[in-house]
Design a protein around this ligand. Structure first.
Ligand SMILES: [Zn+2]
Length: 80
């Protein structure tokens, strides 16, 4: 898989990520992660969970059309 990230790495693009766990303990599923956050470790397979961006989508208040003066530290895509 291309661009696979794992626990402890920074979220570089906000969006929906497919998570694949180690072994058979859990089926793959999807999660939402925001840029600037860190992928957390899985309570079952620790840092063996792999995250792959499935759908890139910016946090609404960071989009230029909706951007306000309010500073956001999580999910910030633009530095205007
Ligand atoms: Zn896991």
């Amino acid at each position: 898989m291309a661009n696979v990230l794992q626990a402890g790495e920074s979220v570089t693009f906000s969006g929906v990520y497919k998570v694949v766990h180690s072994g058979q303990q859990s089926e793959a599923h999807y999660v939402l992660a925001l840029r600037g956050a860190t992928f957390p470790g899985c309570l079952r397979c620790s840092d063996q969970a792999k995250f792959q961006l499935a759908l890139s989508a910016v946090y609404v208040v960071t989009h230029p059309f909706f951007h306000s003066e309010q500073r956001v530290t999580i999910g910030e895509e633009y530095s205007s």
